[in-house]
Ligand binder design. Structure first.
Ligand code: IMP
Length: 174
């Protein structure tokens, strides 16, 4: 069996504390409004499940899925939507929830796609931000943790479909 060495980056308690802080900020910013939260599959499913249970305003949820073609850990820039949302977002407040912002290509594509449907507002919440790896100018509105380069797994994030179910986040050692 393939043996991969990994080191803990964020233990579960640290993640839960930060998720609660993000949810508190989002609840405050959208007080008296109803949010539509769009999760990006598959990686965001655990983060989104925890986040929405801490948000104290009414929200609806939907999901999208995008594929980026490249050599495993690096995106080539060719993004394709493989699952569209099923909710009308015209005139609504939208929050995209994503696991990690890396080159920015995936979210740039998704924002362009959703804006064509004329939401009233559109913001982005990411758990992790690899700011130094950006290929396009792109910022998230809510960021859990900013991290350095390195491949991370756990809490929804995978390496060849492994480690998604780990409650802690690890960085893979070369
Ligand atoms: P971007 O288009 O380069 O910003 O890529 C974002 C997508 O790449 C994320 O939704 C993840 O699926 C994947 N990704 C980027 N970095 C990592 C990582 O360190 N671990 C797991 N997936 C990653």
């Amino acid at each position: 069996m393939e043996k991969i060495s990994k080191e803990i980056l964020f233990p579960r308690d640290t993640i839960q504390k930060r998720v609660r802080e993000l949810a508190g900020q989002i609840s405050k910013d959208y007080a008296d409004r109803e949010l539509i939260i769009i999760g990006v599959l598959k990686g965001a499913f655990i983060f989104m499940a925890d986040l929405i249970r801490e948000i104290s305003i009414p929200c609806r949820i939907d999901f999208t899925r995008l594929a980026s073609y490249g050599d495993g850990s690096d995106s080539s820039g060719k993004i394709v939507m493989t699952k569209d949302i099923e909710t009308s977002i015209k005139g609504r407040d939208i929050l995209i929830v994503e696991d990690i912002l890396d080159t920015g290509l995936t979210l740039q594509y998704l924002v362009g796609w959703l804006k064509e449907r004329n939401p009233d507002s559109l913001k982005i919440c990411v758990l992790l931000d690899k700011r130094k790896r950006r290929k396009v100018s792109f910022e998230a509105d809510y960021v859990g943790f900013t991290i350095d380069d390195g491949f991370v797994v756990g809490y929804g994030l995978d390496f060849n479909e492994k480690y998604r179910f780990s409650p802690d986040i690890y960085v893979i050692k070369q």
